[in-house]
Write a protein that binds this ligand. Structure first.
Ligand code: NAD
Length: 298
């Protein structure tokens, strides 16, 4: 058996198209969705992520406000900037690129964001709402994973899902989204015993570990759906590097029913979901029943 490959680039392009359509509808009410992006320091990976986010925002018709600050920026400076952005009516979404420099108290900076403008869904209010099953802004990467899963398997109810990783930005929100989809959810982490046995029971495996090819294909239940969140840069010989996921793709593709590739799987969905969250914040600020929020599945 060879798995079908879940095309995250195509799915993200469809979502960005729906975002752009909603942006056009908002224009009729003189609302242009605005995203403020805060980047602190010179981390090369963060700089690439931020420029991809602002480029795709602009392509969808979302205005972006860039705040690039030196690595020496203090927690107080950042909180003051966030308060200013909270009060700016043309800013609907605020994104603080993580990681922040070590001397900054990231939690207190994220807590300063108005939950309505919390484009990444990291604020405790949104986390709490997600856990309670209330309307919430959901973190972009797990939301993207859920969209890919639903497009691949519309009937998730009753399936056994294994989420590997318990971070606040991927693993924990992913587990809650799967629980809301009526899956039977297990969360594995660095202290979990016998991960291969847990994998062997799972109809869905979401790997968010940050270790190259940590999940071997022969651990998987035949016919499993596999979502690989990992982005790991490894040595490819001759002075070159390449990006691989947390799942050993070559062996997993022999056993799974469907699998996301790395790159080209979850990664593109993350930015598309950020744009969706920003447009939905602008929709909420308009309070116009004829312009509804974009839902992950419509
Ligand atoms: P993290 O380091 O915060 O969390 C990793 C988790 O993996 C931890 O909860 C840890 O307990 C668990 N873990 C570590 N070793 C393990 C092991 N041997 N067995 C089982 N569990 C183990 O990482 P994160 O921020 O959640 O990111 C995970 C991966 O996803 C990284 O590769 C990151 O680059 C990638 N990522 C991708 C996107 C995207 O857009 N595609 C977005 C965010 C993160």
């Amino acid at each position: 058996m060879s798995a079908s490959i879940i095309d995250g680039r195509a799915s993200a392009a469809r979502l960005r198209k729906r975002v752009a359509e909603r942006v056009s509808e908002l224009a009729k009410f003189n609302v242009v969705p605005g995203l403020a992006v805060v980047l602190v320091g010179e981390d090369p990976a963060s700089q690439i992520y931020v420029s991809n986010k602002t480029k795709q925002a602009a392509e969808a018709g979302i205005r972006h406000f860039d705040h690039r600050l030196p690595a020496s920026t203090t927690t107080a400076d950042l909180r003051s900037l966030i308060r200013q952005l909270n009060s700016q009516p043309d800013v609907h979404g605020i994104l603080v690129q993580l990681p922040l420099p070590k001397h900054v108290d990231a939690q207190s900076v994220l807590a300063e964001i108005d939950p309505i403008k919390d484009a990444d869904g990291f604020h405790a209010i949104n986390v709490g709402r997600l856990v309670l099953g209330e309307e919430a802004t959901v973190p972009c990467t797990p939301l993207g994973c859920l969209i890919l899963l639903r497009e691949t398997q519309p009937q998730l109810a009753g399936l056994r899902a294994l989420v590997i990783g318990r971070s606040n930005i991927v693993g924990k929100p992913m587990a809650h989204l799967l629980l809301q989809s009526d899956c039977t959810v297990t969360i594995a982490h660095s202290r979990t015993r016998d991960l291969p046995a847990l994998c062997g029971q799972a109809d869905i495996v979401v790997a968010a570990i940050g270790r190259p090819r940590a999940v071997s294909g022969d651990w998987l239940k035949p016919g499993a759906l596999v979502i690989d969140v990992g982005i790991n840069r490894i040595d490819a010989g001759e002075g070159k590097t390449k990006v691989v996921g947390d799942v050993d793709f070559e062996s997993a593709v022999q056993r799974a029913a469907a699998i996301t590739p790395v790159p080209g799987g979850v990664g593109p969905m993350t930015i598309a979901c950020l744009l969706m969250n920003t447009v939905n914040a602008a929709v909420r600020s308009l309070r116009e029943p004829s312009v509804p929020r974009l839902m992950p599945t419509t």
